[in-house]
Design a protein around this ligand. Structure first.
Ligand code: NAD
Length: 496
């Protein structure tokens, strides 16, 4: 039995009209569990029309009404985390505790958005000129869209929708077609929290839906998270169509381990950050740069930890790592291991040698040593449970490696030397830096975003940047003079 996964338009489940669908699998069993409807132009038009009408009303809702909905949504999301986590695990494959973790990090964004009355406060200058006051306000954009990746089917939509809705916009979510059900659960929670119909919409689909959103005249802004080639396309197409766009792309996050680091702590962190969620995290550590004599010790310590990892169905509480998202992706990752070995990397642990269930999309964990910058396993984002170790003679060589890489999402340094860590955070070219923290995802009151090919646009996601992205500024200059003093003056207005 496969379930039908439809759109959510105007506050209710709405079947698509295209007749096109895409299969949804349980990656742990390899069994198809659903088919998601893929939107056509008619579905898109219906969704945007509903959102447009809702946006016009919602921007008039008082800040206290909006925050009441946000508080309720936060409470519901918190209370129903186990149900949502099970939905995520069933379609994504990540283990239940990890799914609950992504919900918790998404929830932070709802909590941040509860403070929107404070966040939207403008400035006021009394008597900017004689009898003249000037003040600034920020107003919603209207209908905004979010296009999200498979790897965080709850957290990434929450990065976007909580702030967009709090600011008074209507939000259309186009989730990944690989794990689309979490989006419908979120839609129901918004409705249960009292959000008016049409303010939160889910439009399921693929490229056709995305292209429709990017060119629709009633969409004011697009937030995107996904791979770099698509992020670049979204940014170029969206901005060419006059939209505000923030597009977050892929990553190759390095962890620099200095010789003075506590090797056991660094190895624990590398294993957790490289293989958690089977490496399908944009902040996963995929390269460890071992400096000087840290190299042999680090590789040995990581390798010793790997046989103990419990890989299995994410719904089994004993599993620490689940399968990959699809069979094709699993095979692509396995092929990268082949390429690395052929190019001369030392395969210390080979994830292809495993006795994992073959029906599911499982791959064991891989550790590659003596990786060099010319190898595809180093240049490309693999997005799987593969950790590359690159050896560097010096700290300077390690930083140069990081800074030369195409991507600049997250980076980490492991050291006991505060001076070295400070120099590192000063000169490293990445948007998010961890000092003895392997996955430095900023808390919701900062902002998330990489540098270089990891982000297109100038605004990072969520936090104050999110409030800025989902609003536009207006400055009001006002005076209430005695009409009797009125004169004609063709000179350019000056402050007096
Ligand atoms: P993806 O780029 O394949 O898909 C992302 C979204 O774009 C999906 O909704 C998909 O339907 C849509 N899409 C795919 N191909 C398209 C096309 N040709 N035209 C228009 N739309 C298209 O990414 P994914 O595989 O779902 O997610 C993994 C990627 O996301 C990785 O590269 C990962 O690093 C990245 N990611 C980045 C961040 C970040 O914050 N920088 C966070 C999470 C994931």
């Amino acid at each position: 039995m496969t379930s039908q996964i439809s759109h959510w338009i105007d506050g209710r489940l709405t079947p698509g009209t295209s007749g096109r669908t895409s299969p949804v699998y349980n990656p742990a069993t390899g069994v198809q569990t659903g088919e998601v409807h893929l939107a056509n132009a008619a579905d898109l038009a219906k969704a945007v029309a509903s959102a447009k009408a809702a946006a016009a009303e919602w921007r008039r809702a008082s800040l206290s009404k909006r925050t009441a909905v946000l508080f309720k949504f936060r409470e519901l999301l918190h209370a129903r985390t186990p149900e949502l986590a099970a939905i995520i695990t069933a379609e994504h494959g990540k283990v239940l505790s990890d799914a609950a973790g992504e919900i918790a990090r998404g929830l932070e964004n709802a909590e941040f958005a509860c403070g929107v009355p404070h966040l939207l406060k403008g400035g006021f200058s009394e008597q900017a000129a004689t009898g003249v006051d000037v003040y600034s306000i920020r107003q919603p954009l209207g209908v905004v869209a979010g296009i999200t990746p498979f790897n965080f089917p709850a957290m990434v939509p929450l990065w976007m929708c909580a702030n967009a809705i709090a600011c008074g916009n209507a939000f259309i979510l186009k989730p990944s077609e690989k794990d689309p059900s979490a989006s419908l659960f979120l839609a129901q929670l918004w409705k249960d929290a009292g959000l008016p119909d049409g303010v939160f919409t889910v439009l399921q689909g693929d490229k056709e839906a995305v292209d429709g959103l990017l060119t629709h005249p009633d969409i004011a802004a697009v937030s995107f998270v996904g791979s770099t080639p698509i992020a670049r396309y979204i940014y170029e197409t969206g901005t060419a169509n006059g939209k505000r766009v923030q597009a977050l792309g892929g990553a190759k996050n390095h962890m620099v381990v200095l010789p003075d680091a506590d090797i056991d702590m660094a190895a624990d962190a590398a294993v957790s950050a490289a293989y958690g969620a089977a490496g399908e995290r944009c902040m996963a550590i995929s390269v460890a740069v071992a400096v000087g004599d840290a190299g042999d010790k680090l590789v040995e310590a990581i390798a010793a930890r790997l046989p103990k990892l419990r890989i299995g169905d994410g719904s089994d509480p004993d599993s620490e790592m689940g399968p990959l998202i699809t069979r094709e992706h699993r095979d692509k990752v396995a092929d990268y291991i082949r390429q690395g070995a052929e190019a001369g990397a030392a395969v210390v642990v080979d994830g292809r040698d495993n006795d994992l269930p073959t029906d599911g999309f499982f791959l064991g964990v891989t550790l590659l040593d003596h990786v060099t910058p010319d190898m595809s396993v180093y240049t490309d984002e693999i997005f799987g449970p593969v950790l590359c170790v690159v050896r560097a003679e010096t700290y300077a060589e390690a930083v140069e490696l990081v800074n030369k890489h195409e991507y600049g999402n997250g980076v980490a340094i492991y050291t006991r030397d505060g001076g070295a860590a400070r120099e590192f955070q000063f000169e490293v070219e990445a948007g998010m830096v961890g000092v003895n923290v392997p996955i430095p995802v900023p808390v919701a009151y900062y902002a998330f975003g990489g540098w270089k090919a990891s982000l297109f646009g100038d605004t990072h996601m969520y936090g104050p940047d999110g409030i800025h992205f989902y609003t536009r500024g207006k400055v009001v200059t006002s005076r209430w003079p005695d009409p009797a003093t009125s004169t004609i003056d063709l000179g350019f207005p000056q402050t007096r």
